[in-house]
Design a protein around this ligand. Sequence first.
Ligand code: BGC
Length: 806
Amino acid sequence: MKKSLKIIFTFIISILLIGILFLGYQVFKFKYNVLDFENDFSKTSNIPVLIKNGEINFIDRNGNKKLDIYEDSQKPVDVRAEDILSKINLDEKIHLLKGSGMKSALGMSKNGIPGAVGTIVSTPRLGLPNLYLSDGPAGLRISPKRDGEERTYYCTAFPIGTLLASTWNTELVQEVGNAMGNEALNYGIDVILGPAANIHRNPLCGRNFEYYSEDPILSGNIGAAMVNGIESNGVGTSVKHFIANNQETSRNSNNAIISERALREIYLKSFEIIVKKAQPWTIMSSYNKVNGENVSESKKLLTNILRDEWGFEGVVMTDWFGGNNTLNQISSGNDLLEPGTREQWEELKKGHEDGKLSIKEINTSVNRILKLILKSNKMKNYDFKNSPDLIKHAEITRRSASEGIILLKNEDMLPLEKNKNIALIGATSFDFISGGSGSGDVEEAYTVSLEEALIDSGYKINEVSLNLFKSHFLANESSFKKYEGVLGTLMGMINPYTPPEIDYSINSIKELAKSADIAVITIGRNSGEGSDRVEVDDFLLSKKELKMIEVTSKEFRSLGKQVVVVLNLGGVIETESWKNHADSIILAWQGGQEAGNSVTDILTGKVNPSGKLPMTFPINLIDHASSNNFPMDGEPLDVKSLITRNNDKPLNKQEKNKDFTLYDEGIYVGYRHFDKAKIDVSYPFGFGLSFTNFKYSDLQVTKSNDSINLSIKIENTGDYVGKEIVQVYLSKVNSKIDRPKNELKAFLKTPNLVKGGSIRLQFSIPISDFAYWDENEKGWKIEAGNYLLKVGASSRDIKLIQNIDI
Ligand code: BGC
């Protein structure tokens, strides 16, 4: 071999060796630091047997043959926690402050629950069990399959958060929460990582589907109902992401720069309502910063506001790998670091030895974590059976999804007549999307498509439309592949699954128009954590989709046939430019595993639509005030940022809307902005049609000491049985303060009213809810004077108004 060749060869081999060594080191580091640590503490402790002591049965957790205070389940939780605090040693305390790593998240933990993403570690010496934490907001996200087992562990995919908010029905949401909590109870999960109560600041936020609304009153009340439902099973929730996690772009380091007033009136408000109405077991701090400070290290947010002002009593945990400074996190009131790393554990130990983390601070957080453990079903040795009633839960899913579906348009088309031959158009009609991606996704057993559901309801799917889909599927089979498990989560973050769209030729649509009675077109969208949506081909329909709607409309209408468009979405899209082409529009959202059935229940009239918009559908994206300060171009997920800390760039390298975001619109989010700036919208906040009509009459308003009481008569004047959502907006007359024109203050949904039936709804609004945040006085202030109470069917359809002096 020539000398020069030899040099090149040696060089290449050396580079390869260095590469392999480097990779090996990284794998080792990851395994050592993140994956594979805490083995002793993460395994399920061997809980000692039940012992009888005179009259009391107790579990002798520490094996000392006598009843300790903490072992006595009759005693109050705080007394028992104090007793443990007097027995637990420093090392055990520090273990409790962080989870046992990522093993469980990757389904690798032998004793664990595959798919559960976090733990609270056990304390074997005292017989304290370890707890499991699992996502997420639309149902339990555990792995349905386990190595070496024939049986499955499926969970129900319930409707996404946005759909649940569209029901405006707190009782129903509580029922959904109860079913979700029951699955957690059955599968041995102690805390569900949800609900998610961030505000829809901009339509492009990739996680809006998990969140409820652009309005904090709606978000807060729906969120509180969800927490109460889940926790009625003795299973905890983790309300997330506290606070201002309103974009996914650079989510781990983004600095949200927000005025105190916008924070208080908009972003904190939904969480405040949840804390006050439901006292959740835990809250998850968000990745981002607020006004320069990491939320998980903010004493102001986690202690002064959350605990001292609102009275939150539970545990605050980080979002996964969130925050930078471990010691600051604990001392600011972020009690638990998830999923926990060896590095954090060592930092905590060293921090205490160096006098930077006091025993008082450690005890405060440990005490809260102990109370959570004591409340858990594990502590009661609950014998979980791994057998939730999935059939009953599927029924709840179907019913709740149909109640959150919104009828946006209906020109003499729906409900559909029987025995119609339906041309199903759009790939999503055949491959319906049940929910969003990432941690908000559920690995459900099945998703009912629109095709299946319509056939089940006795409709005929047009052969031509079926064949068009079939050949499209065969030609693009690989693009229809859905990934599951860890890979699914990662792929979902990089490229959320949406069925590839069919390119219909004009001739094939002509053929459909001739052979079918009506057209049902589905438009599908998907998104998820890790990245935001973009305007082109996502908020805006793609050219292919626009053509599909326009040509279908033209060809069908020319033959006197109608077209309904079904929107299978997780977030807002543009509707103004094409809505004239549709005779009906159904906003189906992503309705969970029974989604196709729920949409069909509306199409056929089995259920009269009663959902209303929890956000505005604007004409243009830029009409949102926040669009001036939002990452419009998106940015692919930086995978490294998922498990690393200290992602901050130096100040001079920081980019607007990525590293920092100016919330310049202040309190003018959603309809608060559109109403104030008098901007036309495509569909306003609170809007939704029904097959029937409602009459609003006899508004009576009275004032008691600390609240305003309203009562109003709602009558069903149409032909169908139906429910109505009634909204109360507040408006200050001649305000000296810059205030929104309308602010939602209360809402109620009637039960089903029969034709001619009526009900009197009673609202009670605390006068304290009339307050605004005074930036100068740094406090809530009620402006004296005249207010308008507007009762309406939407924010732009006010039926009755009453003046009141405060
Ligand atoms: C998400 C959380 C989720 C956690 C655990 C994070 O990436 O932001 O919402 O609960 O992962 O899966």
